[in-house]
Ligand binder design. Structure first.
Ligand code: NAD
Ligand code: USQ
Length: 394
């Protein structure tokens, strides 16, 4: 297939582009490097050094003999977005290209507005470009399990049958997200569903859980093919942070009681799920939702698993609950549709954790312990940054 990967300089976009290319698809990659600029803004860096996108594309060609078409530009610019989709003429567009940190979106008004503007407007531009260039292009959009929040009922896969006052309908599952970032994904989902219903586009919304891991078959082929790995208090996700904290002798930072439960998956399963979605497109006019995760754990489960897997002393610290979220709650989310398409999950085993710990060991001299601090508090919409006047990526 011809597959265009948006956000291909990022943690997930880059390894997914390589995976698709390795599978024989013709792949194009797009990014505006906003993610690198958030690091400059906050004075942090990926644990794993990453080569520039253009260099990675060149190395991939040397290693695999496969070409990636590459565009540098901002999807918020409608002309750029339109031009790329027209030039590449993909059969599927895989859209990773958003500001994806909940804490970043909660720093202050400027970061909340940036997040929603960047995410919602760039997705609208992609929808308009697809409509104009070729409405049969399948939009595979990365959403998030966090769109649903943590309701006290089972979470269905996108839709729920409701009987109300004697009448029955199948409706989008209620959304109750807990950050301006997660809200941007809800707004995207509504816009995409609307375009499928009204214009007859087709799309798969991949409501993905928290991803962990770093190494994939393709990125391991050369040091300059590695993908980023974030452990700081704004972009680092929970399990990735915990393995870095364990290796560097820092207490694992469980916010509050640690009963917060989330769906989660291995980075290699992100790659496989995206390909499965591309290879099995929905009908024209259909808006389809897959809950993209393989297991669910509480934050405290993650901490205990890391402590068990690490061959050394690990301290678990219950720190202030910096977010407004339930510390203990019911959680049971359906996730069968990708399994039905043939997904064979990599589950979170001691072996997986040990390989993550070994990877961190190799780069531990790059760790800045100051970056572990959770600097954003949901209850205070203030500028915490010493460089708060710094420009956002645009
Ligand atoms: P990331 O920040 O590492 O990558 C996103 C990439 O998109 C970055 O390289 C960034 O520069 C680019 N980008 C952002 N705005 C852009 C724009 N306007 N134009 C062009 N490029 C732009 O994030 P990630 O962790 O790789 O996540 C990718 C996607 O998956 C996101 O949409 C995220 O919401 C979703 N997701 C991630 C996780 C996770 O655990 N990492 C879990 C669930 C869902
Ligand atoms: N947490 C801790 N300690 C930490 C870091 C996080 O207790 O040191 C807790 C958080 O409070 C939260 C949970 O762990 O309850 C998950 O936090 P996270 O930062 O790992 O993940 P989250 O903010 O939910 O966002 C990440 C990605 C986002 C994606 C989302 C999937 O950054 O792009 O959409 O995971 S989901 O959680 O399913 O919505």
């Amino acid at each position: 297939m011809r597959i265009l990967v948006l956000g291909a300089d990022g943690y997930l976009g880059w390894p997914t582009a390589l995976y698709l290319s390795n599978k024989g698809h013709e792949v194009g990659v797009v990014d505006n490097f906003a993610r690198r600029q958030y690091d400059y803004e906050m004075g942090v860096d990926s644990l794993v050094p990453i080569a520039q996108l253009q260099r990675r594309v060149q190395v991939w060609k040397e290693v695999s003999g496969k070409e990636l078409a590459c565009w540098a530009g901002d999807l918020v610019d409608p002309d750029f977005t339109h031009r790329v989709i027209k030039e590449f003429r993909p059969e599927a567009v895989v859209h990773f290209a958003e500001q994806r940190s909940a804490p970043y979106s909660m720093i202050d008004q400027k970061h909340a507005v940036y997040t929603q503007y960047n995410n919602v407007i760039n997705t609208l531009n992609v929808l308009y470009a697809i409509m104009d260039v070729d409405p049969s292009i399948h939009l595979v959009k990365l959403g998030t399990m966090g769109e649903y929040g943590t309701p006290n009922i089972d979470i269905e896969e996108g839709f729920i049958e409701i009987t109300h006052k004697g009448r029955t309908d199948v409706l989008p599952f209620p959304k109750n997200p807990h950050s301006f970032y997660h809200l941007s994904k809800v707004h995207d989902s509504h816009n995409i569903q609307f375009c499928c219903r009204v214009w007859g586009l087709r799309s798969t919304d991949l409501n993905q859980g928290v991803v962990y891991g770093q190494e994939t078959d393709e990125t391991m082929q050369h040091p300059e093919l590695l993908t980023r790995f974030d452990y700081d208090g704004v972009f680092g996700t929970v399990l990735n942070r915990f393995v870095v904290q364990a290796v560097t002798g820092h207490p694992l930072t469980v916010y509050g009681k640690g009963g917060q439960t989330r769906g989660t998956l291995d980075i290699r399963d992100t790659q496989a799920c995206v390909e499965l979605a591309c290879l099995n497109p929905p009908d024209q006019g259909e808006f389809r939702v897959f809950n993209q995760f393989t297991e669910q754990f509480s934050v405290l489960d993650f901490a205990n698993m890391v402590a068990d897997a690490y061959d050394g002393t690990v301290k678990i610290e219950h720190t202030e609950l910096v977010r407004v979220e339930k510390e203990e709650h019911y959680y049971n989310a359906v996730h069968t549709r990708l399994l039905d398409l043939g997904l064979e999950p990599h589950l979170l085993t001691a072996e997986t954790l040990q390989s993550m710990l070994a990877m961190v060991e190799r780069f531990k001299d790059r760790v800045d312990p100051k970056a572990f601090t959770a600097t954003v508090n949901w209850r205070h919409a203030t500028n915490y940054l010493p460089t708060s006047g710094s420009p956002l990526p645009r």
